[in-house]
Design a protein around this ligand. Sequence first.
Ligand SMILES: NC(=O)C1=CN([C@@H]2O[C@H](COP(=O)(O)OP(=O)(O)OC[C@H]3O[C@@H](n4cnc5c(N)ncnc54)[C@H](OP(=O)(O)O)[C@@H]3O)[C@@H](O)[C@H]2O)C=CC1
Ligand SMILES: O=C(O)[C@H](O)CS(=O)(=O)O
Length: 486
Amino acid sequence: MLELKNTALLQTKCLINGEWVESSEGNTLDVFNPATGELVATVASVGPAETQQAIAAAEAAQKTWKKKTAKERAALLRRWHDLLMANQEDLAKLMTAEQGKPLAESRGEIGYAASFIEWFAEEGKRIYGDMIPTYAPDRRILVMKEPVGVCAAITPWNFPAAMITRKAGPALAAGCTMIIKPASETPLSALAMGVLAIEAGIPAGVINIVVGKASQIAKTLTDSSVVRKLTFTGSTPIGKLLMKDCADTMKKVSLELGGNAPFVVFDDADIDEAVKGAMMSKYRNAGQTCVCANRIYVQAGVYDTFVGKFAAQVAAMKIGHGTEDGVEQGPLINRAAVDKVDEHVQDAISKGGKIVTGGKRHELGDNFYLPTVIANATQDMLFAKEETFGPLAPVFKFETEDDVIAMANDTEYGLASYFYSRDIGRIFRVAEALETGLVGVNAGVIATEVAPFGGYKESGLGREGSKYGIDDYINTKYVCLAGLDK
Ligand SMILES: NC(=O)C1=CN([C@@H]2O[C@H](COP(=O)(O)OP(=O)(O)OC[C@H]3O[C@@H](n4cnc5c(N)ncnc54)[C@H](OP(=O)(O)O)[C@@H]3O)[C@@H](O)[C@H]2O)C=CC1
Ligand SMILES: O=C(O)[C@H](O)CS(=O)(=O)O
């Protein structure tokens, strides 16, 4: 049973124009605990009519929100940040209840989510324009930076808080307003953050949260000419669909999509550090992150040592419900996710892969799968080309630097990559050769609000976080002042 200190955080209605509303047709959707299968809450499930109301509210609110000074917006965002942190434990409990991740990871995600609000509260004060040396004595050239306007966000279940604030932070700091459609599996984290945004004093209509049938809500958002930008985190196929749907109204689009991260261990690596990094990169969130190591490549000279050390640590992981102390891996989000992991395992076995540890469903329940290591992985196996999005680590052997760079880049994805080496020449050669937006050198987890996060190729468009992350919420205007010599 969910025991919250601040019971107001368990919000089951949608947020439109500062009001908590039910579906006009009485529709609802159930939120289940992926560990136990128990019903956590029943949430209002709205459609096109309510989405239109949210768009209208965001449009009206933006007229005054953009006129606040960056400092005024920053003060409100800072209060939101402080309330997120003050309610971190309750927000973490809600997240573990609906998403399944261990409480420690949920607490960490709330801190990560709040960091984007804190970061962009300050970045909003540094959206500088330009005064460009003129081309004519009677003229002056101004460059103004203005908020894009009404923005829509569609977010995933794997990081139910951080993937929202990584978008809402820059949007609100820049003077934009937002309609957020969270994933149907995990709406409670979004709605709880909405409760705290209202408490922080963020005006009605600046943030709107609509839960419901994704395709219906999305179509209403993408068809609307009022919505000037769409930002999405999720699968590449859905990202492509949304990008196409945004073309008719020429919206700005930011996409954080799927990945297929290579994790490379060279023979000059610190093997113990490489094992530590592989554990963190592969099994965080039960392998359900777009930047998880999806393919582990180990140079022949250290292959057996790495596999032995790595598999021993994986086999020792504590699996359980996210609410249990010390649990390192909880359930996956649903049965389909577990089936996909098992499909990759069975495919590998059929092609000569060797299970070193794990390789089967866990008796804890339908959504649990043992953390798995497969040796003798080869490029013809499904996980070489498909994102597993689960706790499966295939370990490939390679001979040369050129060989492994070719294999690492042999994918349509380009989000994250990692490698371990202590040779400075190799570090620069390989970091520059890898075709990904993020590169971790001797590190397995590198996401932070201060650095730009985003992909190459079919892993997406745009950057989130860092000083670059606010650019996607800004329009640049050139103003020419003439007649100044009279
Ligand atoms: N880059 C990343 O961080 C993430 C990548 N993924 C990738 O996506 C794969 C599948 O995960 P999944 O959760 O199904 O990802 P989806 O892309 O299906 O879902 C992400 C978001 O998109 C919404 N959505 C689903 N279908 C549509 C549609 N037709 N139009 C508009 N929005 C839609 C979902 O809503 P609803 O929940 O209501 O269906 C959810 O809010 C994973 O295996 C992984 O490869 C997934 C999550 C995060
Ligand atoms: O979508 C994801 O998987 C996250 O962006 C990964 S991270 O930002 O938590 O590294």
